[in-house]
Every structure is written in structure tokens, then in C-alpha cells.
Design a protein. Sequence first.
Length: 230
Amino acid sequence: MDYATDMHWHNAARARTREIAGARAHEVAGSLRTRPPASLAMRAMAVEFPAVHGHPNRLPFEGVLTLVDVASDRAPSGARGHRVVLTRAAAEAALPSLLGMAIDYKAGWDGHDARQKCGIITAAELDGRRLTVAGFVFSRDFPEIEQRLSQSHAAGDLFPDGAMGMSYELADAHVADMSASVWTLTRATFTGAAILLRDKAAYRDTTFRLQQVSRSASQQVSATASRSSV
């Protein structure tokens, strides 16, 4: 119904409409006042894969990819020596671009090699200042990943969450001020991520770890199925 052109409304109906509109406006204002601040908000996205127990080439992983609204500890690759800040707004807008992107690694665990794709990102979550990701490593194709992660536990005294971290890969990045000493990224598209040593990453507070519990459970299920089929 087109209320603006309806000339048959009675005064009482008009008054009632204004009363309802005022009440709704009050409710909206109340919800805005009680909404948590952006720094505490959480946003998550995921692509669900069917469970395949004992899959030999699908090893779950999780990690902290980066921090938002925080300057990096060192200049990332491609930043021309500048430390960078990825704004929360930019990270949130780019969150969908992470899903389905590959993770890679470089021999020596000290950088990126986009051609050495060893896994896939299936979930991403922005929780406070942490941008976390999860997915699968192609463990049968790249057994060295699991071997290196096992060795990283030896460095647990230096890094409580393990010696391995992550670093994002971007395209179409927009820098607010190219002349600034610290570049602020206000727009970008995620094209992947790398696994590397935490002390080689732009952010030392990133993490990467394999979900060993899930893998052990899958191996047990697989072993049980094998015994049952004999």
C-alpha cells in the first residue's frame, strides 16, 4: 500500500501510525546502544566439507593468520620495507575471499612460495583483533609438513603455541598513504597464506598447528574399519 498517496486515512489512524513508528525507533535506538563495540564483535565464515574418517590426505589445521588494527612487527614481503596495518574494516570485507584459498610453504620455512600449495582454507573468523583460519593440509602429498610441525614442539620454550606461524598473501591492496612510515591497508583481497617460522613472519603472534587429536581419532576409526573388513 502507498501510504504517501492514500488520502482516506482518518486522523486516528495517522496518530496510531506515528505512535508505532515512534515505538520502533525507540527499540532500534535501544538495540544500538546495547550493541557490543566493534573491537569485541565476531564474524565467521566457513565452507563445510563432508566428513571422511581416516582420509589419508586431509589433516585439519588451525592458526592465527594475522592481527587487525595492529602494526606488523616487521615489513611483509612486497611492502617495500614498510610495516603495515590491516584495518578491521578491510579484513572483514575481505573475509569471504579467504575461503577456498591455498596455503603454501617455502623450503627453509622463511617465506612464501605460491606454487608450493600444500593445503586449503575452509574457515575464517575475525575474533577481536585476531583473524583465525582453519582448513586441511594435504598430508599425504606433503608429509614434510607434519614432520616439521612435530619438530617445532622442541621450540616450545620460546613459543608456547609452537614455532610455526602464518603470513597472508594479498592482491588489489589499497594503501591509505604511501608516504607514511607504516602503511595502512584499507582494502585488499586475500589470495592465500603461507606457513613459516614465527620469527620470519611479519607478525610474531601468528600461529599454525595441526589438530592432532582429530587426526588420531581418524586413524583409530580407519584402523578399526580395516580390522573389521579382514
